[in-house]
Design a protein around this ligand. Structure first.
Ligand SMILES: Nc1ncnc2c1ncn2[C@@H]1O[C@H](COP(=O)(O)OP(=O)(O)OP(=O)(O)O)[C@@H](O)[C@H]1O
Ligand SMILES: [Mg+2]
Length: 377
Protein backbone atom coordinates (compact mmCIF):
# COMPACT_ATOMS: atom_id res chain seq x y z
CA UNK A 1 0.00 0.00 0.00
CA UNK A 2 1.27 3.48 -0.83
CA UNK A 3 1.87 5.05 2.58
CA UNK A 4 1.30 8.56 1.27
CA UNK A 5 -2.20 7.78 0.05
CA UNK A 6 -5.09 8.47 2.43
CA UNK A 7 -6.49 5.15 3.54
CA UNK A 8 -9.85 5.79 1.97
CA UNK A 9 -8.20 6.09 -1.46
CA UNK A 10 -5.95 3.11 -0.94
CA UNK A 11 -8.98 0.84 -0.83
CA UNK A 12 -10.23 0.79 -4.36
CA UNK A 13 -13.97 1.15 -4.86
CA UNK A 14 -13.77 -2.04 -6.95
CA UNK A 15 -13.29 -3.94 -3.69
CA UNK A 16 -16.69 -2.79 -2.53
CA UNK A 17 -19.57 -4.98 -3.52
CA UNK A 18 -21.83 -2.91 -5.75
CA UNK A 19 -25.02 -4.62 -4.62
CA UNK A 20 -24.54 -3.55 -1.04
CA UNK A 21 -23.88 0.14 -1.51
CA UNK A 22 -27.48 0.97 -0.84
CA UNK A 23 -27.79 0.57 2.89
CA UNK A 24 -26.82 4.09 3.90
CA UNK A 25 -29.19 6.98 4.34
CA UNK A 26 -28.23 10.65 4.26
CA UNK A 27 -28.07 12.40 7.63
CA UNK A 28 -28.88 16.02 8.19
CA UNK A 29 -28.78 17.85 11.51
CA UNK A 30 -29.93 21.46 11.68
CA UNK A 31 -29.83 24.00 14.48
CA UNK A 32 -29.16 21.45 17.21
CA UNK A 33 -29.00 22.93 20.71
CA UNK A 34 -28.54 20.93 23.88
CA UNK A 35 -27.78 21.81 27.47
CA UNK A 36 -27.22 19.35 30.32
CA UNK A 37 -28.85 20.85 33.40
CA UNK A 38 -28.42 24.41 32.20
CA UNK A 39 -24.84 24.26 30.88
CA UNK A 40 -24.79 24.41 27.05
CA UNK A 41 -22.99 21.46 25.47
CA UNK A 42 -23.89 21.99 21.81
CA UNK A 43 -25.12 25.27 20.39
CA UNK A 44 -26.73 25.61 16.96
CA UNK A 45 -24.94 22.70 15.28
CA UNK A 46 -25.80 21.96 11.64
CA UNK A 47 -24.15 19.59 9.15
CA UNK A 48 -24.99 17.01 6.51
CA UNK A 49 -23.50 13.65 5.64
CA UNK A 50 -24.44 12.21 2.23
CA UNK A 51 -25.76 8.64 1.95
CA UNK A 52 -22.85 6.20 2.14
CA UNK A 53 -20.39 8.93 3.22
CA UNK A 54 -17.89 8.78 6.08
CA UNK A 55 -17.71 11.90 8.24
CA UNK A 56 -15.42 12.52 11.18
CA UNK A 57 -16.37 14.85 14.01
CA UNK A 58 -13.15 16.31 15.28
CA UNK A 59 -12.45 18.63 18.17
CA UNK A 60 -10.91 19.03 21.62
CA UNK A 61 -12.17 17.30 24.73
CA UNK A 62 -15.53 18.61 25.94
CA UNK A 63 -16.51 20.35 22.68
CA UNK A 64 -19.71 18.33 22.31
CA UNK A 65 -18.74 15.46 19.98
CA UNK A 66 -20.24 12.62 22.01
CA UNK A 67 -23.30 14.73 22.78
CA UNK A 68 -23.92 15.06 19.02
CA UNK A 69 -23.65 11.28 18.59
CA UNK A 70 -26.09 10.72 21.46
CA UNK A 71 -28.53 13.14 19.86
CA UNK A 72 -28.24 11.50 16.44
CA UNK A 73 -28.67 8.02 17.92
CA UNK A 74 -31.68 9.04 20.00
CA UNK A 75 -30.15 8.53 23.45
CA UNK A 76 -30.53 12.27 24.10
CA UNK A 77 -33.34 14.53 22.86
CA UNK A 78 -32.06 17.98 21.88
CA UNK A 79 -33.55 21.17 23.31
CA UNK A 80 -33.93 22.52 19.77
CA UNK A 81 -33.14 21.53 16.20
CA UNK A 82 -33.97 18.74 13.77
CA UNK A 83 -32.32 15.38 12.99
CA UNK A 84 -33.23 13.86 9.62
CA UNK A 85 -32.32 10.44 8.31
CA UNK A 86 -33.16 10.14 4.63
CA UNK A 87 -36.65 11.60 4.34
CA UNK A 88 -37.53 10.89 7.99
CA UNK A 89 -37.57 13.50 10.75
CA UNK A 90 -36.28 11.33 13.61
CA UNK A 91 -35.77 14.09 16.19
CA UNK A 92 -38.34 12.68 18.59
CA UNK A 93 -38.26 9.07 17.41
CA UNK A 94 -37.18 6.49 20.03
CA UNK A 95 -33.60 5.27 19.56
CA UNK A 96 -34.59 1.66 18.74
CA UNK A 97 -36.76 2.76 15.79
CA UNK A 98 -34.11 4.87 14.10
CA UNK A 99 -31.94 2.13 12.54
CA UNK A 100 -28.82 3.78 13.90
CA UNK A 101 -25.99 1.56 15.15
CA UNK A 102 -23.63 2.90 17.80
CA UNK A 103 -20.22 1.69 18.93
CA UNK A 104 -19.17 3.23 22.22
CA UNK A 105 -15.62 4.15 23.06
CA UNK A 106 -15.21 1.32 25.57
CA UNK A 107 -17.02 -1.09 23.16
CA UNK A 108 -19.57 -1.82 25.97
CA UNK A 109 -19.67 -5.57 25.26
CA UNK A 110 -21.64 -7.77 27.65
CA UNK A 111 -18.81 -9.40 29.62
CA UNK A 112 -20.69 -12.58 30.53
CA UNK A 113 -21.84 -13.27 26.96
CA UNK A 114 -19.79 -14.96 24.27
CA UNK A 115 -18.94 -13.19 21.06
CA UNK A 116 -21.82 -15.02 19.33
CA UNK A 117 -24.28 -13.93 22.03
CA UNK A 118 -23.05 -10.36 21.97
CA UNK A 119 -23.51 -10.09 18.21
CA UNK A 120 -26.83 -11.97 18.31
CA UNK A 121 -28.18 -9.58 20.92
CA UNK A 122 -29.08 -7.08 18.20
CA UNK A 123 -30.99 -9.72 16.22
CA UNK A 124 -34.03 -10.06 18.43
CA UNK A 125 -36.29 -10.71 15.42
CA UNK A 126 -34.45 -13.91 14.42
CA UNK A 127 -34.33 -17.34 16.06
CA UNK A 128 -32.52 -20.71 15.77
CA UNK A 129 -30.58 -21.57 12.61
CA UNK A 130 -31.59 -18.33 10.91
CA UNK A 131 -30.10 -16.28 13.72
CA UNK A 132 -27.00 -18.45 13.79
CA UNK A 133 -26.46 -17.97 10.07
CA UNK A 134 -26.83 -14.21 10.37
CA UNK A 135 -24.33 -14.05 13.26
CA UNK A 136 -21.91 -16.19 11.23
CA UNK A 137 -22.22 -13.75 8.35
CA UNK A 138 -21.51 -10.76 10.61
CA UNK A 139 -18.53 -12.51 12.22
CA UNK A 140 -17.13 -13.31 8.78
CA UNK A 141 -17.54 -9.66 7.84
CA UNK A 142 -15.33 -8.57 10.76
CA UNK A 143 -13.08 -11.65 10.30
CA UNK A 144 -13.80 -13.20 13.68
CA UNK A 145 -15.34 -16.52 12.59
CA UNK A 146 -13.01 -18.45 14.86
CA UNK A 147 -13.80 -16.43 17.96
CA UNK A 148 -17.56 -17.03 18.22
CA UNK A 149 -17.38 -18.92 21.53
CA UNK A 150 -14.92 -16.69 23.36
CA UNK A 151 -15.78 -14.21 26.07
CA UNK A 152 -14.78 -10.56 25.54
CA UNK A 153 -12.06 -10.75 28.22
CA UNK A 154 -10.35 -13.53 26.23
CA UNK A 155 -9.80 -11.20 23.27
CA UNK A 156 -7.52 -8.30 22.38
CA UNK A 157 -8.71 -4.71 22.24
CA UNK A 158 -8.85 -4.73 18.43
CA UNK A 159 -10.85 -7.97 18.39
CA UNK A 160 -13.31 -6.65 20.96
CA UNK A 161 -13.71 -3.54 18.86
CA UNK A 162 -14.63 -5.71 15.87
CA UNK A 163 -17.22 -7.56 17.98
CA UNK A 164 -18.72 -4.20 18.94
CA UNK A 165 -18.88 -3.21 15.27
CA UNK A 166 -20.51 -6.54 14.33
CA UNK A 167 -23.06 -6.10 17.11
CA UNK A 168 -23.86 -2.55 15.96
CA UNK A 169 -24.26 -3.82 12.37
CA UNK A 170 -26.57 -6.70 13.31
CA UNK A 171 -29.88 -4.80 13.11
CA UNK A 172 -28.80 -3.49 9.66
CA UNK A 173 -28.53 0.16 10.56
CA UNK A 174 -28.59 2.79 7.83
CA UNK A 175 -26.26 4.96 9.89
CA UNK A 176 -23.32 3.81 12.01
CA UNK A 177 -21.92 6.00 14.79
CA UNK A 178 -18.52 5.26 16.31
CA UNK A 179 -17.27 7.19 19.34
CA UNK A 180 -13.45 7.23 19.35
CA UNK A 181 -13.41 3.67 18.00
CA UNK A 182 -9.66 3.31 17.73
CA UNK A 183 -8.52 5.43 20.67
CA UNK A 184 -7.64 2.54 22.97
CA UNK A 185 -5.52 0.71 20.40
CA UNK A 186 -1.78 1.00 19.89
CA UNK A 187 -0.53 2.74 16.76
CA UNK A 188 0.04 -0.31 14.57
CA UNK A 189 -3.24 -1.96 15.51
CA UNK A 190 -5.04 1.32 15.03
CA UNK A 191 -3.79 1.58 11.45
CA UNK A 192 -4.92 -2.02 10.79
CA UNK A 193 -8.32 -1.36 12.28
CA UNK A 194 -8.77 1.83 10.30
CA UNK A 195 -8.05 -0.15 7.15
CA UNK A 196 -10.43 -2.96 8.13
CA UNK A 197 -13.10 -0.48 9.06
CA UNK A 198 -12.86 1.26 5.69
CA UNK A 199 -13.04 -2.07 3.87
CA UNK A 200 -16.21 -2.86 5.78
CA UNK A 201 -17.69 0.57 5.23
CA UNK A 202 -17.05 0.35 1.49
CA UNK A 203 -18.51 -3.13 1.41
CA UNK A 204 -21.71 -2.17 3.21
CA UNK A 205 -22.12 1.43 2.07
CA UNK A 206 -23.48 2.42 5.49
CA UNK A 207 -23.38 6.14 6.20
CA UNK A 208 -20.84 6.50 9.00
CA UNK A 209 -19.85 9.14 11.51
CA UNK A 210 -16.88 8.68 13.73
CA UNK A 211 -15.69 10.87 16.54
CA UNK A 212 -12.01 11.37 17.10
CA UNK A 213 -9.50 13.69 18.78
CA UNK A 214 -6.94 12.67 16.22
CA UNK A 215 -6.79 14.80 13.09
CA UNK A 216 -4.56 12.35 11.25
CA UNK A 217 -7.07 9.60 11.81
CA UNK A 218 -9.90 11.86 10.67
CA UNK A 219 -8.05 12.78 7.50
CA UNK A 220 -7.17 9.15 6.82
CA UNK A 221 -10.64 7.67 7.05
CA UNK A 222 -13.22 10.39 6.42
CA UNK A 223 -14.30 12.07 3.21
CA UNK A 224 -15.85 14.87 5.25
CA UNK A 225 -14.57 16.57 8.40
CA UNK A 226 -16.69 18.43 10.91
CA UNK A 227 -14.49 20.45 13.25
CA UNK A 228 -16.19 21.39 16.51
CA UNK A 229 -15.02 23.80 19.18
CA UNK A 230 -16.86 24.81 22.36
CA UNK A 231 -20.21 23.38 21.25
CA UNK A 232 -20.19 24.86 17.75
CA UNK A 233 -19.14 23.75 14.28
CA UNK A 234 -16.08 25.79 13.31
CA UNK A 235 -15.99 24.42 9.78
CA UNK A 236 -17.19 21.40 7.82
CA UNK A 237 -15.88 20.25 4.47
CA UNK A 238 -13.54 17.87 2.68
CA UNK A 239 -10.15 17.19 4.32
CA UNK A 240 -8.33 19.20 1.65
CA UNK A 241 -10.78 22.10 1.92
CA UNK A 242 -10.14 22.35 5.66
CA UNK A 243 -6.40 21.98 5.24
CA UNK A 244 -6.02 24.41 2.35
CA UNK A 245 -8.75 26.92 3.18
CA UNK A 246 -9.32 26.95 6.93
CA UNK A 247 -11.77 29.68 7.86
CA UNK A 248 -10.54 30.20 11.42
CA UNK A 249 -7.23 30.10 13.25
CA UNK A 250 -8.62 27.24 15.31
CA UNK A 251 -9.19 25.08 12.20
CA UNK A 252 -5.85 26.18 10.75
CA UNK A 253 -3.98 24.89 13.80
CA UNK A 254 -6.22 21.89 14.60
CA UNK A 255 -6.25 20.31 11.13
CA UNK A 256 -2.59 19.94 10.23
CA UNK A 257 0.18 21.88 11.91
CA UNK A 258 0.74 25.61 11.79
CA UNK A 259 2.97 28.09 13.59
CA UNK A 260 1.40 31.32 14.72
CA UNK A 261 3.27 34.62 14.48
CA UNK A 262 1.93 37.86 15.94
CA UNK A 263 2.04 40.86 13.63
CA UNK A 264 0.44 44.21 12.88
CA UNK A 265 -0.57 45.66 9.55
CA UNK A 266 2.00 48.37 8.75
CA UNK A 267 0.72 49.26 5.27
CA UNK A 268 -2.33 48.30 3.28
CA UNK A 269 -3.26 49.10 -0.33
CA UNK A 270 -5.48 47.53 -2.98
CA UNK A 271 -2.68 45.30 -4.27
CA UNK A 272 -0.13 44.92 -1.46
CA UNK A 273 0.34 45.00 2.27
CA UNK A 274 3.16 45.06 4.77
CA UNK A 275 3.09 43.13 8.03
CA UNK A 276 5.35 44.00 10.93
CA UNK A 277 6.12 40.82 12.83
CA UNK A 278 6.53 40.64 16.59
CA UNK A 279 10.26 40.28 15.90
CA UNK A 280 10.34 43.75 14.28
CA UNK A 281 10.93 42.26 10.82
CA UNK A 282 8.61 43.20 7.99
CA UNK A 283 7.15 40.98 5.33
CA UNK A 284 5.48 42.23 2.17
CA UNK A 285 2.43 40.47 0.82
CA UNK A 286 1.58 40.89 -2.87
CA UNK A 287 -2.09 41.27 -1.93
CA UNK A 288 -4.41 43.12 0.45
CA UNK A 289 -4.30 41.88 4.01
CA UNK A 290 -8.00 42.63 4.37
CA UNK A 291 -7.32 44.50 7.64
CA UNK A 292 -6.95 48.21 8.36
CA UNK A 293 -3.49 49.65 8.95
CA UNK A 294 -2.54 49.28 12.60
CA UNK A 295 -4.69 46.16 13.17
CA UNK A 296 -3.12 43.43 15.25
CA UNK A 297 -3.27 40.11 13.43
CA UNK A 298 -1.78 36.64 13.62
CA UNK A 299 -0.12 34.86 10.71
CA UNK A 300 -0.52 31.08 10.48
CA UNK A 301 2.08 29.28 8.42
CA UNK A 302 2.36 25.55 7.86
CA UNK A 303 5.80 23.90 8.18
CA UNK A 304 5.93 23.04 4.47
CA UNK A 305 5.51 26.72 3.58
CA UNK A 306 8.58 27.85 5.51
CA UNK A 307 11.69 28.01 3.33
CA UNK A 308 15.12 27.65 4.97
CA UNK A 309 18.22 29.45 3.74
CA UNK A 310 21.72 28.84 5.07
CA UNK A 311 22.81 32.42 4.37
CA UNK A 312 21.00 35.74 4.78
CA UNK A 313 18.65 36.18 1.81
CA UNK A 314 16.47 39.08 0.68
CA UNK A 315 13.49 39.34 2.99
CA UNK A 316 14.67 36.42 5.14
CA UNK A 317 14.32 36.46 8.91
CA UNK A 318 16.91 34.91 11.20
CA UNK A 319 15.89 31.99 13.40
CA UNK A 320 17.68 29.72 15.86
CA UNK A 321 17.66 26.01 15.26
CA UNK A 322 16.47 24.17 18.36
CA UNK A 323 15.89 20.65 17.11
CA UNK A 324 15.46 18.70 13.89
CA UNK A 325 13.78 15.32 13.63
CA UNK A 326 13.45 13.14 10.54
CA UNK A 327 9.88 12.27 9.60
CA UNK A 328 9.70 10.01 6.57
CA UNK A 329 11.04 11.91 3.58
CA UNK A 330 11.03 15.18 5.52
CA UNK A 331 13.08 16.77 8.25
CA UNK A 332 11.05 18.78 10.74
CA UNK A 333 12.82 21.71 12.33
CA UNK A 334 11.88 23.44 15.54
CA UNK A 335 13.08 27.00 15.24
CA UNK A 336 12.86 30.09 17.42
CA UNK A 337 12.48 33.59 16.00
CA UNK A 338 14.36 36.47 17.62
CA UNK A 339 11.52 37.30 20.03
CA UNK A 340 11.08 33.67 21.10
CA UNK A 341 8.17 32.83 18.76
CA UNK A 342 8.38 29.10 17.93
CA UNK A 343 8.34 28.18 14.25
CA UNK A 344 8.15 24.76 12.63
CA UNK A 345 9.69 24.17 9.24
CA UNK A 346 9.67 21.06 7.06
CA UNK A 347 12.17 20.40 4.32
CA UNK A 348 13.02 17.48 2.08
CA UNK A 349 15.80 15.49 3.72
CA UNK A 350 17.99 15.54 0.64
CA UNK A 351 18.58 19.28 0.82
CA UNK A 352 21.95 20.42 2.26
CA UNK A 353 20.49 22.67 4.97
CA UNK A 354 19.27 19.71 6.97
CA UNK A 355 22.64 18.61 8.29
CA UNK A 356 23.56 21.72 10.26
CA UNK A 357 23.77 21.07 14.01
CA UNK A 358 21.14 22.49 16.40
CA UNK A 359 22.00 25.85 17.92
CA UNK A 360 23.05 27.57 14.71
CA UNK A 361 21.25 30.34 12.91
CA UNK A 362 19.19 29.80 9.81
CA UNK A 363 17.25 32.28 7.69
CA UNK A 364 13.63 31.78 6.82
CA UNK A 365 11.23 33.10 4.24
CA UNK A 366 7.59 32.17 3.85
CA UNK A 367 5.63 31.09 0.80
CA UNK A 368 3.45 34.14 0.98
CA UNK A 369 0.49 32.70 -0.95
CA UNK A 370 0.08 30.18 1.84
CA UNK A 371 0.39 32.51 4.84
CA UNK A 372 -3.05 33.00 6.31
CA UNK A 373 -4.05 35.99 8.40
CA UNK A 374 -6.55 36.08 11.23
CA UNK A 375 -7.62 38.82 13.59
CA UNK A 376 -5.67 38.73 16.83
CA UNK A 377 -7.84 37.55 19.72
N1 LIG B 1 -24.42 13.66 31.25
C1 LIG B 1 -23.90 14.89 31.34
N2 LIG B 1 -24.30 15.77 32.31
C2 LIG B 1 -23.80 17.02 32.39
N3 LIG B 1 -22.87 17.50 31.54
C3 LIG B 1 -22.42 16.70 30.57
C4 LIG B 1 -22.91 15.35 30.40
N4 LIG B 1 -22.28 14.79 29.36
C5 LIG B 1 -21.44 15.74 28.87
N5 LIG B 1 -21.52 16.88 29.59
C6 LIG B 1 -20.79 18.14 29.34
O1 LIG B 1 -21.12 18.58 28.02
C7 LIG B 1 -19.96 19.05 27.34
C8 LIG B 1 -19.76 18.24 26.06
O2 LIG B 1 -19.48 16.90 26.42
P1 LIG B 1 -19.19 15.75 25.38
O3 LIG B 1 -19.16 14.47 26.10
O4 LIG B 1 -20.17 15.88 24.25
O5 LIG B 1 -17.75 16.18 24.88
P2 LIG B 1 -16.73 15.44 23.89
O6 LIG B 1 -16.43 16.41 22.79
O7 LIG B 1 -17.27 14.12 23.52
O8 LIG B 1 -15.43 15.31 24.79
P3 LIG B 1 -14.32 14.09 24.87
O9 LIG B 1 -13.45 14.30 23.69
O10 LIG B 1 -13.62 14.39 26.14
O11 LIG B 1 -15.05 12.80 24.87
C9 LIG B 1 -18.82 18.95 28.33
O12 LIG B 1 -18.64 20.21 28.92
C10 LIG B 1 -19.30 17.93 29.34
O13 LIG B 1 -18.76 18.19 30.62
MG1 LIG C 1 -16.65 12.14 23.93
Amino acid sequence: MDATLPLRDAISPAEASPASARLGEALSVAGIVHAYSGAPAVDDVSFDVPAGGVAAILGPSGCGKSTMLRIISGLVTPTAGVVRLGARDVTRMPARERRVGMVFQNYALFPHMTVRENVGYGLSGLKGPEKRAEVDKLLALVRLEKFADRLPRQMSGGQQQRVAVARALAPRPTLLLLDEPFAALDRALRADMQFEFLRLQRELGITTILVTHDQEEAQAVADRLIVMNAGKVEQAGSPSELYDRPRTLFVNTFVGQASVIKASVAAESETASTLRLSTGDEIHLPRRSGFMRGTNVVIAVRPEHVVLHEKPAPGAIPARRMMAVPQGPLRLHDLLLADGTPLKAAERRASGASDAPPGGTVHVTFELDHCRLYPSS
